[in-house]
Write a protein that binds this ligand. Structure first.
Ligand code: K2U
Ligand code: ZN
Length: 171
């Protein structure tokens, strides 16, 4: 399992670089990220969150957690002006959930783990999730869209959650 960086760790603000070649090392990272995402009960995970600053996202929206998707060097283009609110969460901001408005139909252009082209139009949760992960690759965290007060509360909440996890871990 890979350690997931927690807000407000400044490393989460790093801009991810494009992947030049899908090496064996990157394939190992992909499987480690998928395992880490499942363990953390996430439906998406960006490489930035595990302190690897390359343009790589893994996602799995399936019920049985057996259909992982890999997006390398993704480009997301909104296809509608109108934004819809969605109650978002983030594995880097544990136990914090709040509404974020995003376009809910986007085009995804990327490469998959075999270097094959992905070019899809997606809607709903998949569209929300890919935009949330794309933000991570650009050093943006969903709490950045919230008020200063909510950002302060999020920082305090994460500090508390991490203390509790430390204690649990130590026992
Ligand atoms: O990037 C992450 O931290 C994983 C995110 C992905 C996500 C955020 C907002 C909306 C959809 C997906 C989540 O932690 S995965 C947990 C989750 C699952 C369903 C709905 C919201 C959050
Ligand atoms: Zn996140």
């Amino acid at each position: 399992l890979l350690p997931i960086l927690s807000y407000p760790d400044p490393r989460l603000r790093t801009i991810a670089k494009p992947v030049k070649e899908v090496t064996a090392e990157i394939k190992t990272l992909i499987s480690d990220m998928i395992e880490t995402m499942y363990d953390a009960q996430g439906i998406g995970l960006a490489a930035s969150q595990v302190d690897r600053h390359i343009q790589l996202i893994v996602m799995d929206l399936s019920e049985d957690k057996n259909a992982p998707r890999v997006f390398i060097n993704p480009k997301v283009t909104p296809l509608v002006e109108e934004k819809q609110p969605y109650e978002e969460g983030c594995l880097s901001v544990p136990d914090v959930y709040d509404k974020v408005e995003r376009p809910n139909k986007v085009r995804i252009e990327a490469l998959d783990e075999n270097g094959d082209v992905i070019d899809e139009v997606v809607e709903g949760l998949l569209a929300v999730c890919i935009q949330h992960e794309m933000d991570h690759l650009n050093g943006v965290i969903f709490v950045d869209y919230l008020s200063r007060l909510k950002q302060t509360r999020a920082r305090d909440k994460v500090r508390k959650v991490l203390k509790i996890r430390e204690k649990q871990g130590a026992q």
